[in-house]
Design a protein around this ligand. Structure first.
Ligand code: HEC
Length: 137
């Protein structure tokens, strides 16, 4: 069922943004219990950089929650920015987690939904850790 759902989302993504405008694609919860706790306050620096468990969790979390807009394997099909080009240093961490947490909206239009509250900080940094492994200059 999940796979079918994801495939449908992807097919829709490739023909346009219409499906997302209805807000009917729900975030998939990410199991982060295997990762060290990092507290409630939002950090600006990735606490899991290079952590193999985080990278693995992040890969799957990305596939379930980000790929439909940002592309499979972080290769954007043009709907949303290509996340392989994010700065790998701390300035990139800060930008990444801000977007993840708050999303992006301008002039009353939501470009990316806020995901911080739904998926949690640990999942965000796990995704960032995986993205680091896909980085391109
Ligand atoms: C509904 C589609 C959608 C989903 C789902 C989505 N994003 Fe985005 N994201 C966008 C769009 C569109 C932008 C560009 C926003 C803008 O132009 O202001 C963006 C921007 C970003 C940026 C800033 C990139 C840059 O180069 O400035 C980051 C980081 C990001 N998203 C991370 C994520 C992560 C991580 C996930 C999954 C947890 C995710 N996004 C899920 C659509 C999405």
């Amino acid at each position: 069922m999940l796979a079918l759902f994801a495939a449908t989302g992807l097919a829709a993504a490739s023909i346009g943004n219409a499906v997302f405008a209805h807000g009917n694609v729900l975030p998939q919860p990410v199991d982060t219990t295997a990762l060290p706790d990092i507290g409630e306050a939002w950090l600006v620096k990735n606490p899991y950089r290079g952590n193999a468990t985080a990278i693995k969790i992040g890969e799957s979390a990305y596939g379930q929650n980000c790929a439909r807009c940002h592309g499979l394997e972080a290769m954007s099909g043009g709907i949303a920015p290509d996340l392989r080009y994010l700065d790998v240093a701390e300035v990139g961490d800060e930008w990444f987690i801000d977007r993840y947490q708050h999303g992006s909206a301008r002039d009353g239009k939501v470009y990316m939904p806020p995901l911080g509250d739904v998926l949690g900080q640990k999942a965000g940094w796990a995704i960032r850790s995986w993205l680091d492994t896909k980085h391109q200059d």
